[in-house]
Ligand binder design. Structure first.
Ligand SMILES: Nc1ncnc2c1ncn2[C@@H]1O[C@H](COP(=O)(O)OP(=O)(O)OP(=O)(O)O)[C@@H](O)[C@H]1O
Ligand SMILES: O=C(O)c1ccc[n+]([C@@H]2O[C@H](COP(=O)([O-])O)[C@@H](O)[C@H]2O)c1
Length: 215
């Protein structure tokens, strides 16, 4: 049964730590079969934070440039085509409708996202629709100080990475080491004309300079 990964984000801009955790998802969950794919889905109107600095079109293009020819990755603009807030539960319900009841779907997030998961719209339903995969992130400890609801969810459902056979309900904790990169830090570096070597794909760095983004 083909497995679908889903990676949602503001991606303002998409950076190399994003690409690294997508690769970790693909490799640790063994998503190497011909029909497996990981959908990168930039959010349109984020439900939970200020509007992005770059436009929808610019963020989409920076995702496209970051993904390049990476095998198994697919850029999906469905949330950008909505003209209202995008909740993950709705996107996953839509994908579930398209892929069928038994298809494994895995939603990828960083550990900082998991720490706030209990605040997401209809979050309990998300694990009825998909698995989660969580990548470590500096400053977000998954073993101490978690909100009790999230800690309980993790203790009930966490599992080590392997190719999913069930359709939903597990939390795969990826073993990729934390990397201290954020889009906020990148925007601030770009604003103050500091270097971004090793943090952005080269075509994205070019695109940002050419379009005088984040000045
Ligand atoms: N360095 C990182 N390590 C692990 N996960 C990350 C990292 N950076 C981003 N993510 C995850 O990628 C997803 C999309 O993140 P987002 O586009 O908001 O990037 P960000 O770097 O967190 O941006 P910002 O600083 O603007 O909040 C989220 O689930 C987030 O947790
Ligand atoms: O559905 C929600 O309530 C919800 C709340 C916070 C974040 N999300 C999703 O989580 C993903 C990462 O968000 P962010 O802010 O870290 O870029 C992105 O796809 C968001 O739409 C979703």
């Amino acid at each position: 049964m083909p497995v679908t990964g889903v990676f949602g984000g503001t991606f303002d801009p998409m950076h190399l730590a994003h690409l690294r955790i997508v690769r970790a998802l693909r490799d640790e969950l063994q998503l190497h079969e011909a029909e497996d794919c990981i959908r990168v889905i930039p959010t349109g109107f984020p439900p939970h934070r200020a509007q992005a600095v770059a436009s929808n079109e610019q963020r989409l293009e920076m995702c496209r440039l970051t993904i390049g020819n990476e095998p198994g990755l697919l850029l999906d603009d469905r949330e950008l085509r909505r003209d209202r807030f995008c909740y993950t539960v709705e996107t996953l319900a839509e994908l579930r409708g398209e892929l069928g009841a038994s298809a494994p779907i895995v939603f990828l997030m960083g550990a900082d996202s998991l720490t706030h998961f209990h605040t997401w719209h209809d979050w309990r339903h998300i694990l009825d629709l998909a698995h989660l995969a969580v990548a470590a992130r500096p400053g977000s400890d998954l073993t101490h100080g978690l909100n009790p609801t999230v800690a309980h969810l993790l203790s009930e459902n966490a599992t080590s990475p392997s190719r999913p056979t069930l359709s939903h309900g597990k939390i795969y904790v990826l073993s990729t080491p934390p990397e201290d990169v954020s889009a906020t830090e990148l925007r601030s570096r770009l604003r103050s004309e500091q270097g971004t070597e090793g943090l952005l794909a080269e075509p994205v760095r070019r695109f940002i300079l050419d379009n005088r983004l984040y000045r």
